[in-house]
Design a protein around this ligand. Structure first.
Ligand code: NAD
Length: 450
């Protein structure tokens, strides 16, 4: 793949102004919708080959999200793209003011492996809707999904408009050597910093959707059985390989034992006595991540689960009792089905625990005390979250989705994705029928008029 040539061709095509035409963009999105609907079963089987993701999870967390993003973009594009009139400044009288949304140009999207279809396609759809050309670099760790994604894109778009470039770090590095008009990256904090550095060379605007250590607080008023059910769901979906999965649990001392019992019951209800036999429980993506996770279990006191099988990359839904702050599991983002259980007795302890880490992508609080939940929202900085549930804030496309501090820069979903890939150009149209003389020199005696 000749990357410099591909980028030049896309830039050349962008200059032709064709992508500025809304009918053109809508027809492309419609074609893409037909293609993704036709290939839905192939995507589901690719996800299963990559890490044994069940059909239900694949539809719920991947294909349905892409389809609904496409339908919403097709339906709303004309209104999103319409220049927005705003109230003019009095100083400019007579005039009108409008905000125009213009595409940046050549966009690079780099996506991760954990939701390999949805996290590649949703930004791509937004970038096309906004009138950009796109190069997508999907993850090399989910090759079946990357392959089918490439096939779909190549069937719909000429490469001068949208192209998929497969490969690992070397390909990513080569892509980052080019001059882009926008870079959208989803992945780890460590690689996010590499992206930011590369973008700085040309002051290229970026969005970084990263990760972090997401706290999950359960206070002594929480509905414990329901909390356990919702935490098992949010933690076990994708086998915990979710950027917004609850990472560590901070449970009020009084309700810890009850929570652990309920957690075990909910795991059994969802995946049976042996989750390894459940068709609904995914696997760890590769041996490297399996080893990293399995290592977190050694020398720890296991409260629930703890079983592993390297051959099938299986790790059971697991609770670890009160690990030391220096342990592997408390060092960085876990990104697997393991939850450390920490306890607190008062709010000072809770605060000290949460503030040990960088600002997380998500935070969850289970409580019946609304005032306590509001205090958590006010006191801590984090990307977004849910009260009395986990991960479901992702599902509302009217909410901004993104991190803060080390968990990311910028946010997207729904109309925000279109806005993110558009430069907002502020324009004043002055009229000539009146020219108020106040602002022109000489200024003597005019200060009082300001
Ligand atoms: P990763 O950072 O290892 O890889 C992401 C992408 O970057 C891949 O396409 C990869 O090929 C590329 N890449 C890897 N090393 C690179 C390098 N040195 N230079 C340039 N490109 C490089 O992340 P991952 O393991 O695929 O995904 C897991 C991480 O992503 C977790 O930290 C998770 O929290 C985060 N994540 C965030 C979100 C979000 O929306 N905020 C969503 C999913 C995952």
């Amino acid at each position: 793949m000749d990357i410099p040539k591909l980028v030049q061709e896309q830039k050349h095509f962008f200059k032709s102004q064709q992508t500025k035409n809304l009918d053109f963009r809508i027809s492309l999105l419609k074609k893409l919708l037909v293609a993704v609907q036709e290939k839905e079963q192939d995507i589901i089987s690719a996800l299963h080959k990559d890490f044994k993701k069940s059909e239900y999870e694949s539809v719920m967390t991947e294909t349905s999200i892409v389809i609904s993003e496409l339908k919403s973009s097709i339906k709303n594009l004309r209104s999103w793209a319409k220049p927005k009139r705003v109230f003019p400044a009095l100083l400019n009288f007579p005039s009108s003011s409008k905000i125009y949304k213009e595409p940046y140009g050549a966009v690079l999207v780099i996506s991760p492996w954990n939701y390999p279809y949805q996290l590649a396609l949703v930004p791509l759809i937004g970038a096309i809707a906004a009138g950009n050309t796109v190069v997508l670099k999907p993850s090399e760790l989910t090759p079946h999904t990357s392959k089918i994604t490439k096939e779909i894109i190549e069937a719909v778009f000429a490469s001068q408009l949208v192209a998929v470039v497969e490969g690992g770090v070397e390909v990513s590095t080569a892509l980052l050597e080019e001059r882009w008009d926008y870079i959208f990256f989803t992945g780890s904090v460590q690689v996010g910093k590499i992206i930011a550095k590369a973008a700085a060379k040309h002051l290229t605007p970026i969005t970084l959707e990263l990760g972090g250590k997401n706290p999950c607080i359960i206070d002594d008023t929480a509905a414990i059985a329901l909390a356990a059910k919702r935490i098992v769901w949010g933690k076990c979906i994708n086998a915990g390989q979710t950027c917004i999965a609850p990472d560590y649990l901070i449970i009020h001392k009084k309700v810890k034992d009850e929570f652990v019992r309920c957690f075990q019951e909910e795991v059994t209800k969802a995946y049976g006595l042996n989750p390894q036999e459940s068709k609904d429980y995914p696997r760890i993506v590769n041996e490297k991540n399996f080893d990293r996770l399995a290592n977190m279990l050694s020398n720890e006191k296991i409260l629930v689960g703890g079983n592993t099988d390297k051959e099938t990359l299986y790790i059971a839904p697991t609770l670890i009792d009160n690990p030391s702050m220096d342990s592997e599991v408390m060092k960085g983002e876990i990104f697997g089905p393991i939850s450390p259980v920490l306890t607190y007795k008062d709010e000072a302890e809770l605060e000290a625990l949460i503030l040990r880490y960088e600002k997380p992508l998500a935070l969850y609080v289970f409580t019946k005390r609304t005032a306590f939940a509001k205090q958590i929202i006010r006191n801590f900085s984090f990307g977004g979250g849910t009260i009395n549930d986990t991960t479901v804030h992702f599902a509302n496309s009217r909410l901004p989705f993104g991190g803060v501090g080390e968990s990311g820069i910028g946010n997207y979903h729904g109309k925000r994705t279109f806005d993110l890939f558009s430069h907002h150009k502020g324009m004043v149209h002055r009229y000539n029928w009146l020219d108020v003389p106040v602002r022109y020199a000489p200024y003597k005696g005019k200060v009082a008029l300001l």
